[in-house]
Design a binder for this molecule. Structure first.
Ligand code: ADP
Length: 353
């Protein structure tokens, strides 16, 4: 297994020398890692993936697979397997021929081809499907054929460009775990593109959150969720309240802050030093706020709206002019009523930038 390194990799489309790059990043994908490029539509995810694959040439920077600089190499010399959103299979050909395609190009012997195709189909849970035609398969099965075709060449690097976006929600959830298992058992380094944050959280070892042409954060799903590097990340990953707080005092790992009509202890990065008195942004997750009786309340607010979700309700609450979303199991609440609130100790996060 090999790592992938992108050093100052940047892409500017068009001839205009004044044009801003679409995307610029430095990042390393560790050997064997399942690494996701996540961001809203148009942030440059596919452009980055296509540069790693070799379909798009970077305007600047170097791309390395292990020790090897692949920046100038054409796609077929990079040892990558790729899975596309639209599968890109040959519809009239049998499954086995589709999967064997890359092996034929590499002049692998017939006997070896049969052995490897069977193994790849087994890996994706399609043993016995070799003779079926592609157009006789469901969308989910076609996607698994595309995955088998990508791994059959035993690629150093597996690239997946929104492979689940044409499947319905339930199938998407089932297939994402399967993709991850196949990637681990095939022992390949994977780069996965999606705009779906839940998918990224469920599947990835690490995620690069991209927006405005740069990586806002490169971290594990847990860190991205609980310690967002920017307000954009806090809002994009799950649901969060990004609120203005005033710093009252600072200790290692935490800051004491004023928020609304109360006080709060939030955790923070020790890489930076908040200044007492300054106004900063903090991320407070809806599920960390509880409705409590007057005696236990740290904050007070007025419920503006109630969205009933079954076992929980989502409330919009006005706390001294700040609107926050609260996720609560208390479903007998009504818009217009005044409530006491508390935030779980140290669950808030002071956004570093
Ligand atoms: P994403 O995959 O995050 O949706 P893309 O990488 O497809 O984003 O696109 C990023 C930006 O680059 C978009 O503004 C898109 O219009 C532009 N772009 C993508 N491909 C080309 C191209 N071949 N020529 C010119 N602009 C392009």
């Amino acid at each position: 297994m090999i790592p992938i390194r992108l050093d100052g990799v940047s892409k500017t489309y068009g001839e205009d020398s004044e044009a801003e790059p679409t995307v610029t990043v430095d990042l390393t994908v560790q050997a064997g890692e399942f690494f996701t490029l996540l961001g809203p539509s148009g942030c440059g995810k596919s452009t980055l993936l296509r540069m790693i694959a070799g379909f798009v040439q970077p305007s600047a920077g170097r791309i390395r697979f292990g020790e090897k600089d692949v920046t100038g190499l054409p796609p077929h010399k990079r040892g990558t397997g790729m899975v596309f959103q639209n599968y890109a299979l040959f519809p009239h050909m049998p499954v086995a021929d589709n999967v064997a395609y890359g092996l034929k190009l590499r002049r692998v012997s017939k006997a070896e081809r049969v052995r490897r195709v069977d193994r790849a189909l087994e890996r994706v849970g399609l043993e016995g499907y070799g003779r079926r035609r592609i157009d006789q398969l469901s969308g989910g099965q076609q996607q698994r054929v595309a995955l088998a075709r990508a791994i059959v060449i035993e690629p150093d690097v597996l690239l997946l460009d929104e492979p689940l976006s044409n499947l319905d929600a339930k199938l998407r959830e089932e297939t994402r775990m399967q993709i991850r298992e196949v990637q681990k058992s095939a022992a390949t380094t994977a780069v996965y593109v999606t705009h779906d944050q839940a998918e990224a959280m469920a599947m990835s070892d690490r995620i690069a959150v991209l927006a405005d042409g740069r990586a806002h954060q490169i971290d594990t799903p847990r860190k991205v969720y609980s310690e967002p590097a920017t307000a954009f990340v806090a809002r994009f990953i799950g649901r969060s309240n990004v609120v203005a707080v005033q710093i009252e005092s600072v200790e290692p790992d935490v800051a004491h802050v004023r928020f609304g009509d109360g006080r709060l202890i939030v955790h923070r990065s020790n890489q930076e030093a908040p200044v007492v008195g300054e106004t900063r942004q903090a991320s407070i997750r809806p599920e960390t706020i509880r409705i409590v009786g007057e005696a236990d309340a740290d904050f007070h607010g007025v419920i503006e709206s109630v969205e009933f979700l079954g076992s929980t309700a989502m409330l919009d609450v006005d706390i001294a002019g700040s609107r926050v979303t609260v996720s609560t199991p208390e479903i007998d609440v009504e818009a217009g009523s005044r409530v006491g609130l508390t935030v779980a100790a140290r669950s808030g996060w002071l956004i570093p930038s």
